[in-house]
Design a protein around this ligand. Structure first.
Ligand code: NAD
Ligand code: MG
Length: 383
């Protein structure tokens, strides 16, 4: 039986790489569902080439265009955010790969987990916003969440065969991004074009900015906490500029396991879709002689305050990570539109964390409201 795959966010960086992985293994996977937000042309092109059964365009103004273009191929076309939730809850697929960026991934992911579906999770914001609820829903419905984020895939792989052993800590590696070693007097003037140039990975705009500001690593600490049921104190970050060690697990005997490889997201994507199997591919192999030194250093959280703010939100718990995420989505968007400077992003996030109402044990509705209110508040701080 082939695994029937749904990709939400198929036109993005992770989405297109997932299509490549699936196309390379037609004996194992069939592509059933694609979704995109507003890039109708890219979605139409993907659908005409790969012939899924269903496509969803969340921007409803593009529905007519997509529906018209795909009518001859007998592909069912749906529109709007509600359709993502409805299709996620349907029987039309086996594994949902969530490659949507941001908070928008939350409700569709929950809908899939409620049906006991396997979720290959790239959309880390879902766990940052409501990790307690998301993991509880998964546990209740025996639904598996397999990480796609490379660090978390590394940890997941290190934990295979170790179910009965005690983890002392996990060590997330961070490349340091394009501004590694820079100080505030430099960062104050950087513009989006520079911030978007990641040294080791090619990714969507939002995660590229998050990587430059180290917010990405903060979001990943929170993601790790929920994925692996860790205490806050068990999660460490180390800067490793070569991005060869994707992350590590230290067990209670002091032994450390790491997962290594060239930086290529197709590997964790393939691992998540084929799990628990490893399948053969022809991706470029790591040659140690090309990496004579793998280096490690502490993260500079005084300069890259977003990492400190994320850590603070993680320790505070409740709806604080949801506030952090919502404020971050607003400031990243504003930075990309040249409305605010690089360092102002942290100022606004910090203000939101202090000003928004703290809720210790939020319901799903509290998270939805916290997200909405924080976005409004953060947007109000941007002239
Ligand atoms: P991207 O911007 O390239 O693509 C985002 C996709 O989501 C697009 O298909 C877009 O149409 C869709 N989308 C955007 N807004 C939406 C909305 N409001 N509703 C529904 N769909 C929407 O992003 P990406 O780099 O592929 O990242 C996707 C997710 O994967 C993010 O959460 C990111 O943090 C995570 N991730 C990405 C990488 C990477 O290498 N790109 C690595 C690890 C984790
Ligand atoms: Mg990552």
């Amino acid at each position: 039986m082939k695994r029937r795959i749904a990709i939400f966010g198929s036109t993005g960086s992770i989405g297109t790489q997932t299509i490549e992985v699936i196309a390379q293994h037609p004996e194992m996977f069939s592509l059933e569902i694609l979704s995109a937000h507003s890039n109708a042309d890219a979605l139409i092109e993907q659908a005409q080439k790969y012939k899924p059964n269903i496509v969803i365009i969340t921007d409803e103004t593009k529905y007519e265009k997509v529906n018209h273009a795909l009518a001859a191929d007998h592909i069912k076309v749906f529109a709007g955010e509600k359709s993502l939730v409805e299709i996620a809850a349907s029987d039309s697929y086996d594994i949902l790969l969530t490659a949507i960026v941001g908070y928008a991934g939350l409700l569709p992911t929950l809908a899939a987990l409620e049906q006991g579906k396997t979720v290959a999770l790239a959309n880390k914001e879902t766990l940052v916003v409501a990790g307690d609820i998301v993991t509880a829903v998964a546990a209740k419905n025996n639904a598996l969440i397999i990480p796609v984020d490379s660090e978390h895939s590394a940890i997941f792989q290190c934990l295979e065969g170790e179910k009965h052993n005690v983890v002392e800590k996990v060590i997330l590696t961070a490349s340091g991004g394009p501004f590694l070693g820079k100080k505030p007097n430099y960062l104050i003037n950087v513009k989006k074009d520079h911030a978007l140039q990641h040294p080791n990975w090619t990714m969507g705009a939002k995660i590229s900015i998050d990587s430059a500001s180290l917010m990405n690593k903060g979001l990943e600490m929170i993601e790790a906490k929920w994925l692996f049921g860790l205490q806050n104190e068990q999660i460490e970050v180390v800067v490793h500029p070569q991005s060869i060690i994707h992350s590590m697990v230290q067990f209670e005997d002091g032994s450390i396991k790491s997962q290594m490889g060239l930086p290529d997201m197709k590997l964790p994507i393939q691992y998540a879709l084929a799990y628990p199997q490893r399948i053969k591919n022809d991706y470029k192999r790591l040659q140690f002689k090309n990496y004579p030194s793998l280096t490690f250093e502490a993260a500079d959280v005084k300069t890259f305050r977003n990492l400190a703010l994320a850590k603070e939100a993680m320790f505070k718990g409740g709806n604080a990570p949801c506030v952090l995420n919502a404020a971050n989505e607003i400031v990243v968007d504003a930075f990309i539109r040249n409305k605010i400077g690089f360092l102002e992003m942290s100022d606004i996030i910090e203000t939101c964390l202090t000003k928004m109402n703290f809720i210790e044990t939020p319901t799903l509705n509290d998270y939805i409201e916290t997200n909405r209110e924080t976005r409004l508040y953060a947007a109000g701080l941007i002239k």
